[in-house]
Design a protein around this ligand. Sequence first.
Ligand code: ADP
Length: 346
Amino acid sequence: MAALTLSGLTKRYGGTSQAALHRLDLSIASGSLTALLGPSGSGKTTTMKLIAGLIAPDAGDIRLGGRSIRDLAPERRGVAMVFQNPLLFPHLTVAGNVGFGLRMRGLPADRIASSVALMLSRVRLTGLGDRRPGQLSGGQQQRTALARALILRPDVLLLDEPLSNLDPSLRDEMRQLIRELHSETGITTLVVTHDQTEAVALADHVALLLDGRLAQAGPPETFYQRPATQAVARFFGGVNFIPGTARAGVFDSALGPLRLPAGIAEGAGLLTIRPEALRFGPGPNPLIARVEGVTFLGTQSRIDLLAGGVRLQALTDPDAASDLVRGSDVAVTLPPQALWVLPSAP
Ligand code: ADP
């Protein structure tokens, strides 16, 4: 097990004006399961390739267990990467694919066979060792690739979008398997994903990249409760942003004075509350709002509201929404503990 530290990591591809990755500082604790999250083009794959040694940085360092691996060849880094497209050898069997790295290391055949059998059972492929990759489902191919990487006992495992090619029904299974393998092996694992719900369901730590820069890193809950910027809040589904000023525990805005939770910095900012945290009926920080629209979304309903000239959005149980009539006034409360103030957008 080893901690992975990226410092000032910068990559600019030839012929591009903007850096794909700009001075990334990120510490990944030894033995953690971290999600590297971000929209398409934010620099996730670039970060993974830099760690794996498939491309070289323009600046910065990559340290594993305290020593720089920046200038080491990929196979000498102790890093294994599983690509989104599993890239199995089509002419080898599943067992041949999984044991490939050990054969390259010159291990005796009986040791390879027993390690392969153990790995196949860990990824629930026992009995499929003699098949060819073409005879496997997408999920089975992915598990074969995972076994092929894990059998080498890397210090760091990099998984590139391991769930995105799978049917929704298989995603839960694969997510569960990744968590189990991680807790069994304790290997420092970094999973790339563009899906924030996937990231928070899978990882115990999340690093969000936006435009090639680290936007925020921390436990999953902090992205919902304490987003660092409006862009972070928006990426996690935040929609309510009200400009105003925080002073002496109260936020003054077009909505009138609202009581804040303790510990909010004073000064100009954007008040935010998650749509699912707005409440209907009486309570602290009460408002009267006009119902502008009710949209049934399946498991939730979206309520568009207008209060003091400010548009607000609430997500609620469809049953609770059935009483709300478009054009009518309704009592809304903004629970103080659900409020957070972001720095004003530059
Ligand atoms: P992500 O994995 O988050 O989708 P990438 O790391 O693949 O993002 O890409 C980050 C940025 O770098 C994007 O703007 C992308 O277009 C650019 N990029 C990636 N690979 C190359 C390349 N080989 N040549 C030029 N630009 C690239």
